[in-house]
Design a protein around this ligand. Structure first.
Ligand SMILES: [Ca+2]
Ligand SMILES: [Ca+2]
Length: 427
C-alpha cells in the first residue's frame, strides 16, 4: 500500500515539474516486407532513375506479363535518421510515388519502363533564417536502398494542382555544391572525419584547388563559400587563405593547440569567403602554418551562387529558389525546354508531383523541382531478390579496437550474446 502511494506521488511531482506528457507510440503491426517477393536496388546520387525490363530481369523478376498497376517501390530516402529518439520517423518502409510508362496497354513489357526520384544518401537542409542551405553528409552509408515489389496497387505520381497564371517570371535559382571527404579521423574517436591535409610534410602540399560544380552559373553574381577546417599548429595560430576564381576572398584563422597531454589534438573553425562567379568556378585553399610541422585539414566546403534555369549541358536539373519565395505565383522559365521535358515538384521527395506548365505558387517555402528528359535517366544498382522478411535489418559493420567475443564470461542466452541474436531470426 505504501509503495502504491509513493508511485502516485512521484507521478504528480513529475507532472507539476513541467515534464511533458508523452503519448504511447503506435507501431505498424508488421512490416510491409512480411508478404510477397522483394527486390532490392540502390542509388548513390540524387536524380530520376529508370527501371526497364532488362533491369527487372537482372533482379530476377519474371517479366512475362506484369500488370503496370502492380509495380510498387518502397524506401525512406536513405538519409541519416535523427539521433534524437524523440523525433518522429516511419517505423516501416514508406511506399514511394512512381511513374510507370507502359504504352497505355496496362502491361509492363517491351521498352516500357518505371521512373522514380531518389534523393541519395546526402541531403541539403533548408535554412529559413538565412535563406541558405546546409548540407548533411551521410556518415554511415554512401548509397540509398529501395525495395521493389510486384503485387497490389502501386502509388503513382499525380499531377500537381494548377495554380493560375504564369506569375512573376523566374529565370535563375540558388545553385549549390558541397564537397566533404571523410578520410582522416583524429585519435580514432568520434564520428567526425576530415578530408584533404594541407601541410609542408613529405608528400603533402600547402595548397589545394577544387572545381565547383555550379552549372550555368550567372557570371558576375556573388559566389559564397562556407567552409569548416581544422588545424594542428602548436603554440601559434594558423590560417587558411581562400581564393575564389583565383581572387583573394577570405581567411579562416584556426587557434593554436597546446603542448599538454590533455590538450586538444586539433582546433577547428567555420567561416565564409565571398567571391564572384564566372563560367567555370574554383576555390583554392592555401594553409599558412603557425609553427614547424603544422598541419591543416579541410572538413567540408559549401558553395552558393545564382545559376541560370537552363538545361544547357545537363540531362537533369535540380533547382530551388529563395528569391521567388513570397506571396503570389512564380513562373519558372526554363531555357532550352523541349516537348519531352517534365518538371516534378520534389518538395516531398518520396511523393513527387508533376507540374502543369512551369508555374508554381510559392507562398511561404522554397520550392524544389527536378526537370528531366526521357533520354537522360540514371540507372540504379540491382542488388538481390529476397523472400519475405519479418524484420528489417540491413547489413551492418561493427568497428572495434578490441577483439569481439561472442559472450565472454556470460551464460548462454545472455542478452546480446551471438547465440541469442541468431535465434531471433533477424541477424
Ligand atoms: Ca506495355
Ligand atoms: Ca567530415
Amino acid at each position: 500500500m505504501m509503495r502504491t502511494a509513493y508511485v502516485l506521488l512521484l507521478t504528480g511531482w513529475l507532472s507539476a515539474a513541467g515534464f511533458p506528457a508523452r503519448s504511447q507510440r503506435t507501431y505498424a503491426p508488421h512490416s510491409v516486407l512480411s508478404t510477397g517477393n522483394w527486390y532490392q536496388l540502390s542509388v548513390s546520387a540524387p536524380g530520376v532513375y529508370k527501371i526497364d525490363i532488362p533491369f527487372l530481369n537482372s533482379l530476377g523478376v519474371s517479366t512475362g506479363s506484369i500488370p503496370s498497376a502492380s509495380v510498387r517501390l518502397f524506401g525512406n530516402g536513405g538519409q541519416v535518421i535523427p539521433e534524437a529518439n524523440s523525433t518522429s520517423r516511419p517505423d516501416d518502409l514508406v511506399e514511394n510515388a512512381i511513374r510507370v510508362v507502359d504504352g497505355g496497354d496496362g502491361i509492363l513489357n517491351g521498352t516500357d519502363y518505371i521512373l522514380f526520384y531518389a534523393n541519395g544518401p546526402d541531403e541539403w537542409l533548408k535554412d529559413s533564417v538565412n535563406q541558405r542551405f546546409v548540407h548533411r553528409k551521410n556518415i554511415y552509408a554512401d548509397r540509398s536502398y529501395y525495395f521493389l515489389q510486384i503485387g497490389g496497387t502501386g502509388l503513382r505520381i499525380p499531377n500537381a494542382p494548377v495554380t493560375g497564371g504564369p506569375g512573376v517570371p523566374v529565370t535563375s535559382y540558388n545553385g549549390r555544391f558541397f564537397h566533404e571527404l571523410d578520410t582522416v579521423n583524429f585519435l580514432a574517436s568520434g564520428k567526425e572525419w576530415y578530408g584533404e591535409e594541407l601541410s609542408s610534410l613529405p608528400g603533402r602540399s600547402l595548397s589545394r584547388q577544387f572545381a565547383l560544380s555550379l552549372p550555368n552559373a550567372v557570371a558576375g553574381s556573388p559566389l559564397l563559400i562556407r567552409t569548416q577546417c581544422a588545424a594542428r599548429s602548436a603554440g601559434a595560430s594558423s590560417r587558411f587563405d581562400i581564393r575564389v576564381n583565383d581572387v583573394p576572398s577570405g581567411q579562416l584563422p584556426v587557434n593554436a593547440v597546446g603542448g599538454g597531454p590533455y590538450d586538444a589534438f586539433a582546433q577547428q573553425n567555420t567561416g565564409f569567403a565571398a567571391g564572384t562567379a564566372t563560367g567555370a568556378n574554383t576555390v583554392t585553399y592555401t594553409y599558412v602554418p603557425g609553427s614547424f610541422n603544422a598541419q591543416g585539414w579541410i572538413n567540408w566546403l559549401e558553395a552558393f551562387t545564382r545559376c541560370q534555369l537552363s538545361f544547357s549541358g545537363q540531362n537533369q536539373l535540380l533547382f530551388r529558389d529563395w528569391a521567388s519565395v513570397g506571396a503570389g505565383t512564380a513562373g519558372f522559365v526554363i531555357s532550352q525546354a523541349s516537348a519531352n521535358t517534365e518538371v516534378w515538384d520534389i518538395t516531398d521527395p518520396l511523393h513527387p508531383q508533376q507540374m502543369q506548365g512551369v508555374s508554381k505558387t510559392a507562398p511561404k517555402d522554397c520550392g524544389s523541382m527536378w526537370r528531366l528528359t526521357q533520354a537522360a535517366f540514371y540507372s540504379p544498382l540491382p542488388l538481390a531478390r529476397s523472400a519475405t522478411r519479418t524484420c528489417i535489418m540491413p547489413p551492418l559493420l561493427i568497428i572495434s579496437l578490441l577483439p569481439i567475443h561472442p559472450c565472454p564470461g556470460r551464460p548462454s542466452g545472455w542478452p546480446g550474446c551471438t547465440s541469442s541474436r541468431a535465434a531471433s531470426g533477424c541477424w
